[in-house]
Design a protein around this ligand. Structure first.
Ligand code: NAD
Length: 338
């Protein structure tokens, strides 16, 4: 089997590729993998093995149709992770989000149709649903995205679905909750806080910190994506949740403890514009239909993640991200929430 992974040099995509190459998914233990990634600020070639007999790396933009038509032939399946993924950046400027997330997805889908790719998983997000004060979203819930990031993900999600409905492309969509784990760019909440605390610096907490997210280890997300790739049904959407619900205050509390710091290291800053209060997924469909169950308990997953950042300062210091090393891009309110 030949699998093409877009965005495979990013946080989640690279975890998926490493898992495939390490043989963690027995049904694809021999799969050959092609990563297509334009290596934006969020993409890092070092997240992947420098050399591996079953890995090919192609530096390319998914918006580039001729390149996609060149690269796709011969692949049996595509797992589409590539996206602009940081909400705060989309609040500052949405243009690149529309270009990559909507235009890039549409270009990729058209190229898949033209080259006869047989199977595709489009990796979407729970943020397409908006915010929910109580209860949880099923896949039938109306989409009401609030941030420009979420709006472009909702648009790409619908463009993907339309390629199934209109053209019969065999594709499924996943909508996952917040991920955490190693190799996550330090602009996102957990790695930002961890790297700052490891440097003895303060961390900025948005607003009153009551915003609630469901946190899932990247390993569980990737296992779910692979289940959907190999056993999911065409045209179906699968929520991927089952993580732990935590407010940003609770996350801060746990990260402070694991880094040996206390609340004097926390500075409250103005809230993000349009900050969603709570996300919560009903993921009974993927559990019942595909046998999905998350395996990484939050407490040990978070502790292992902190240890990974402690043990790999060269990985995050080299990124030169302001969250870890210098000033925030646009002030201290930047980059403090996923
Ligand atoms: P990331 O920002 O770490 O990685 C994105 C990757 O895509 C990078 O390697 C980047 O170089 C690449 N890329 C960006 N634009 C590209 C383009 N035009 N052409 C080719 N490559 C391009 O993101 P992530 O956190 O790994 O998220 C991966 C996917 O999962 C995204 O689609 C995101 O919406 C979705 N998702 C993320 C989370 C989360 O908590 N991080 C949760 C649910 C869903």
């Amino acid at each position: 089997m030949r699998i093409l992974v877009t965005g495979g040099a990013g946080f989640i995509g690279s975890h998926y590729v490493r898992s495939l190459l390490e043989g963690l998914y027995p049904d694809c233990a021999d799969a050959r993998v092609t990563v297509v990634d334009k290596l934006s600020y969020a993409g890092n070639r070092d997240n992947l093995p420098a050399r591996h007999p079953r890995l090919a790396f192609v530096e390319a933009d998914i918006c580039d149709l001729p390149r996609m038509l060149e690269v796709l032939p011969g692949h049996d399946a595509v797992v589409h992770f590539a996206a602009e993924s940081h909400v705060d950046r989309s609040v500052e400027s949405a243009a690149e989000f529309v270009r990559t997330n909507v235009g890039g997805t549409q270009t990729l889908l058209d190229a898949c149709l033209e080259t006869g790719v047989e199977r595709l998983v489009h990796v979407s997000t729970d943020e397409v649903y908006g915010s929910i004060s109580h209860g949880s979203w099923t896949e039938e819930w109306p989409l009401a995205p609030n941030s420009p990031y979420a709006a472009t993900k909702a648009a790409s999600d619908l463009v993907a679905r339309s390629h199934w409905r209109t053209h019969g492309l065999d594709l499924s969509i996943t909508r996952c909750s917040n991920n955490y784990g190693p190799y996550q760019h330090p602009e996102k909440l957990i790695p930002l806080f961890v790297t700052r605390l490891l440097e003895g610096r303060q961390v900025p907490l948005y607003g009153d910190g009551r915003n609630v997210r469901e946190w899932l280890h990247v390993d569980d997300h990737c296992r779910a994506v692979h289940l959907v790739l190999t056993r999911g049904r065409a045209g179906e959407i699968y929520n991927v949740g089952g993580g732990d619900e935590r407010s940003n205050v609770q996350i801060t509390e746990e990260v402070l403890r694991l880094c040996g710091a206390d609340w004097s290291a926390v500075r409250h800053v103005a809230d993000r514009k349009g900050h969603d209060l709570r996300y919560a997924l009903d993921d009974s469909k993927i559990r019942e239909h595909l046998g999905y169950a998350p395996q990484v308990p939050f407490a040990s997953g978070l502790a292992d993640t902190v240890t990974w950042y402690r043990d790999h300062p060269n990985w995050w210091k080299r990124l030169g991200h302001e969250g870890a090393a210098g000033q925030d891009r646009t002030g201290e309110g930047t980059g403090v929430s996923p």
